[in-house]
Design a protein around this ligand. Structure first.
Ligand code: SAH
Length: 250
């Protein structure tokens, strides 16, 4: 008899700390036949999996792609066609710089059932655990998420829209391009003294926050040899950390 068709659950694993998972994510992980996971998924999260679940690492670290995107898509389709209950686990939220949309389009094309479970995105995790609210009355009325990583190696963002006043800019994958980002934001009108932070491993015990200004953060990040995964937060809200840091020993 034919097996019932499988399903792929696209699940956000949050920024790292296991108990920042949603209850639904934890339930799906605990019952999955197969878990296909990325580099940024915290180790504790996988401990929730069944002992007999197939766990497949397809992690993408800059420059070290285990499988390319087409191979990951094909793997998901194959596992689901084998009738398995598959969890595709991604760091943070799958629809924020997670290529979740691309993977789902491949599933749709192949006629595979799917659903999506949101996760705490790195920006929310970093904001909470560094004590930097992303919006604040009279300080930041809008908040923009952007990526500092472009596949052609450039960093060509919409600088005038990022350099608006009363706005918080959060940049994912921006450590490498920080010197360019800082210079462009200043060139497009933000004060060189605008507060800025780089937050590495947000929510994890070794979280590290570097504070500075648009002008001096690139040098501080370079001196501290801060490596990914880290998030940049730029805007007046960064000043609030002084009174709101509750997590990190400084
Ligand atoms: N889908 C993910 C983002 C994936 S892109 C999400 O919603 O969070 C990968 C980038 O996310 C990293 O380069 C880094 O900029 C950021 N990131 C992910 N986890 C992080 C963490 N714990 N601390 C700081 N930045 C993180």
């Amino acid at each position: 008899m034919r097996q019932p068709p499988g399903i792929v659950h696209l699940v956000g694993a949050g920024p790292g700390e296991t108990d920042l998972l949603t209850l639904r994510a934890a339930r799906l992980i605990a019952s999955a036949d197969a878990i296909v996971f990325d580099h940024l998924v915290g180790g504790g999260v996988l401990e929730l999996a069944r002992a007999d679940a197939q766990c497949l690492y397809v992690g993408k670290q800059a420059g070290h792609h285990t499988l390319d995107q087409a191979e990951i898509n094909a793997r998901l389709v194959r596992l689901a066609r084998d009738g398995l209950d598959v969890v595709r686990l991604k760091g943070g939220d799958p629809f924020i710089f997670g290529r979740g949309g691309e993977e789902i389009l491949a599933l749709v094309e192949a006629g595979i059932r799917f659903d999506v479970t949101p996760g705490v995105t790195a920006a929310s995790g970093a904001a909470a655990y560094s004590g930097i609210p992303l919006t604040h009355r009279q300080i930041a009325r809008s908040c923009v998420f952007a990526t500092g990583h472009f596949h052609d190696g450039s960093c060509d963002l919409d600088w005038p829209s990022l350099a608006r006043p009363d706005q918080t800019v959060v940049i994912y994958m921006g450590v490498g391009a920080l010197p360019v980002i800082s210079a462009q934001l200043i060139a497009h009108g933000l004060a060189a003294s605008t507060p800025a932070a780089a937050i590495r491993n947000a929510s994890l015990p070794d979280q590290k926050t570097l504070l500075g200004t648009l002008a001096d953060l690139p040098e501080k990040v370079r001196t501290a040899k801060l490596t990914p995964p880290a998030l940049l937060v730029i805007g007046e809200v960064v000043r609030l950390r002084d009174g709101l840091n509750w997590f990190e020993q400084t």
